[in-house]
Ligand binder design. Structure first.
Ligand code: ZN
Length: 346
């Protein structure tokens, strides 16, 4: 077992408005991975942004990720190479048919599903795509012919592989060289090691950028967004999901809310504050929507992610399709949307 090192801490001012005036909401320790230290979660008195301060200095952020299982690199969330051909048959298997039909009609994916309903779906896509977005399967960019997609923060590469299967030219970046190597070796996908706010890529390279629960980890969101705008082609899509600090679970459990994830989460966004960041960066067509990332975030809302899987195995009653599927659509109506799905264009 690795000895955990305490990161050096610093106080920071508000990244949204620059104000130094903040009020302490609560102090918090790392319940998930046990990184030593006492961190603060504060709220800006001027604009309302909630952020971690004191927080680890940039050079010590690596100390906050001591476990490989955090990214699924220990194999617990890995796709086995023999499963890849199964994914490639998307749209052809029976259960995948409806999903593929919706992806084709609402999101322009060229899956060539044959169905009599196709023209009706095409005609009404404006009505149902926003509703479909409540389900994680549909929280993806619309398809661009010959499009290039960059995923920032790739974990074990599952989403990147999915986009490749769906027809994108994909490349993934990550701060961790181990993660990049893992995804290259196991999934044969292009990756490169970089800080999200310094990608080292020519401007106007990508049609879509995708960040799944990554943006809240970035120490300088303004600089990161400026970099995203730079590498996106004009009218390119930015698609992200971040935890929603303004949800019922967060209000109920406060410092024990599982998605607080301090010291790895440096910002705790609400629909209002994330919108302000995106608009400030000059992005347009900004849309934010509270959604449920996973039912485990509702039923195990105060259990750290690293412990939740044991708990999940003990309490299986809520894992039935009849509970979890409707929850995605009904939960956000009752304020249970623990994440924010964000789309914008450059
Ligand atoms: Zn502020």
């Amino acid at each position: 077992m690795k000895t955990l090192q305490a990161p050096h801490l610093e106080q920071v001012s508000c990244a949204l408005c620059g104000s130094k005036d903040s009020s302490l909401l609560f102090q918090v320790v790392d319940r998930a991975l046990g990184v030593p230290g006492v961190f603060g979660v504060v709220q800006c008195m001027t604009c309302g942004l909630v952020y971690t301060s004191p927080r680890p200095i940039r050079e010590d952020l690596g100390k906050c990720y001591p476990s490989e299982s955090y990214f699924g690199l220990d194999g617990t969330r890995n796709i086995a190479p023999e499963e890849v051909p199964g994914l490639l048959s998307v749209g052809k298997q029976r259960g995948e048919r409806l999903k593929s039909l919706l992806l084709e009609s609402g999101y322009s994916y060229p899956l060539q599903v044959k169905s009599h309903f196709k023209s009706v779906l095409n005609f009404t896509s404006g009505l149902w795509t926003r509703f479909a977005t409540l389900h994680p399967r549909f929280r993806i960019p619309s398809f661009t012919e010959q499009g290039r997609l960059l995923e920032i923060g790739i974990g074990c590469g599952q989403d990147l592989l999915r986009f490749a299967v769906l027809g994108w030219h994909v490349i993934g970046s990550d701060l961790s060289p181990d993660t990049c190597r893992f995804v290259r070796a196991n999934l044969s996908l292009d990756t490169f090691q970089a800080e999200a706010d310094q990608l080292g890529i020519p401007e106007h390279t990508f049609d879509a950028l995708y960040l799944h629960h990554v943006f809240e980890h970035l120490p300088d969101p303004r600089r990161a967004l400026a970099e995203f705008v730079r590498v996106l082609k004009p009218n390119g899509q930015l698609v992200m999901e971040v935890p929603n600090f303004d949800c019922a679970q967060s209000r109920r459990y406060r410092k024990d809310w599982r998605a607080l994830e301090v010291p790895r989460h440096l910002y705790h966004y609400t629909p209002k504050t994330i919108t302000s960041f995106l608009k400030q960066a000059g992005l347009k067509d900004v849309q934010v929507m509270p959604v449920i990332a996973s039912p485990v975030n509702v039923f195990c809302a105060n259990i750290p992610p690293t412990v939740a899987s044991d708990q999940q195995h003990q309490n299986v009653w809520w894992r039935s399709f009849l509970i979890t599927f409707p929850l995605y659509f009904v939960g956000p109506v009752f304020g249970l949307g623990d994440s924010i799905f964000v789309t914008a264009r450059s």
